[in-house]
Design a binder for this molecule. Structure first.
Ligand code: FES
Length: 152
């Protein structure tokens, strides 16, 4: 753990940047429901709407982490509910490999999360966001890629 990271973790003033890729039909609608229901959840999340979780290329996750995100969330319809039939099954397989790849790169597993949130699950959205934010706070700011870039 770097000195900056330790300071941020100890003082708990670290507010992580989380990038969330949400499928249009379920998770985006679930997040919207949380908002319209006035459910309070951490404001650390920057949402990027995609048509399906299967649209999320693992490079999107890498790019987000390289460009300043401290954590990434991908969320879509529950398995069996994808509006494009199998998109979330492809996403699930892809992100199983993605987790291993991130671990290989030295990125803490808390920085990447995949979840299934339906359009009617505003309260689940809140729980997922709280868990993601707490997980990323526990590992501190993302600086692994910055150091690697300087060494190349
Ligand atoms: Fe939501 Fe495919 S349409 S995961």
């Amino acid at each position: 753990m770097t000195e900056d990271k330790a300071k941020a973790t100890v003082t708990t003033d670290f507010e992580p940047n989380i990038v969330a890729f949400l499928c249009n039909w379920c998770s985006y609608a679930g997040a919207d429901l949380a908002g319209t229901s006035r459910i309070q959840y951490p404001a650390n999340v920057k949402v990027i709407r995609v048509m399906c979780s299967g649209r999320v290329n693992p490079l999107f996750v890498m790019n987000a982490l390289q460009q300043g995100a401290d954590g990434v969330l991908v969320s879509g319809c529950h398995p069996g509910d994808c509006h494009y039939m199998h998109g979330n099954y492809y996403a699930r397989r892809r992100f199983t490999l993605m987790r291993d790849f991130l671990e290989y790169l030295g990125v803490e597993p808390e920085r990447f999360r995949a979840s299934w949130v339906s359009a009617s699950e505003g309260s689940k959205w809140k729980e997922v966001i709280e868990e993601v934010v707490e997980g990323v706070k526990s590992v501190g700011p993302m600086d692994q890629f910055k150091r690697r870039q300087l060494n190349w």
